[in-house]
Write a protein that binds this ligand. Structure first.
Ligand SMILES: NC(=O)CC[C@H](N)C(=O)O
Length: 229
């Protein structure tokens, strides 16, 4: 699997995801600066978390217009797998590769804590090592993670099986009490219709080895390596 990580001014999870990917892949991914306009042959592009361009305008809005994203979009349209984590998810919705938008959290505060997530499907290159219905733990750290889509878009997302993860309780219950940021239908992560692009607010790279307190996130990188190697 040939993987690259896009680096924007203000990215702060680029090296964390590089470490997590390397642990599963056995090879260092390529780091690509936002000004680059060409990409080598790739199987996976990661758009990492952070505060690209200082979160000016709104999270992800400026990064979506950066030179490299034109090429990322072109590759995604050719079927190259794209993973957007947190700010990366925001960038992918701003770019139009994923539906919906990420709004300010319901209580207007930055939230940094572990959450429980329900895996909606194992049928994707990002989730094949999980089981559908499995409850996993990952950290969130965001101010704008409140997933919104209008009624028609939300219905399409649900009908086409585009929900990847939902916020839930430790027992798997999906309700308001287990929704940290007000996301519609407790959505924490969505696919494009072909399930070749995934965006999620939680950070799999931050719980990707036991030394960090858990390894539920590592399963995503192992899924990708299994699918794309
Ligand atoms: N950890 C992140 O990627 C944070 C994303 C964004 N800066 C926010 O606060 O919502």
């Amino acid at each position: 699997m040939k993987a690259a990580i896009i680096v924007f001014p203000g990215s702060n999870c680029d090296r964390d995801v590089a470490v997590a990917l390397e642990a599963s892949l056995g090879r260092r991914p390529l780091m690509v600066w936002h000004r680059d306009t060409t990409l080598p042959d790739l199987d996976l592009i990661v758009v990492p978390g952070g505060f690209s361009y200082g979160d000016y305008l709104r999270c992800g809005a400026m990064a979506a217009q950066s030179p490299v994203m034109r090429e990322v979009k072109a590759r995604a349209e050719k079927g190259v797998r794209v993973l957007g984590i947190c700010n990366g998810f925001q960038i992918l919705t701003e770019t139009g590769l994923l539906p919906g938008a990420l709004m300010r959290n319901r209580d207007l505060r930055f939230i940094c804590r572990d959450v429980w997530l329900k895996v909606e499907t194992e049928r994707s290159d990002f989730t094949n090592r999980y089981a559908a219905g499995q409850v996993v733990r990952m950290p969130i750290a965001h101010a704008e993670g409140n997933f919104f889509a209008d009624d028609a878009t939300l219905a399409a997302i649900e009908d086409q099986g585009q929900v990847a993860f939902r916020y839930c309780g430790a027992d798997g219950s999906v309700d308001d009490a287990s929704n940290p940021n007000g996301a519609r239908n407790n959505i924490a992560g969505v696919f494009n219709p072909g399930r070749t692009v995934l965006g999620l607010m939680p950070h799999p790279e931050r719980l990707a080895e036991d030394l960090l307190g858990g390894s539920d996130g590592k399963t995503m990188f192992e899924s990708l390596v299994e699918a794309l190697s």
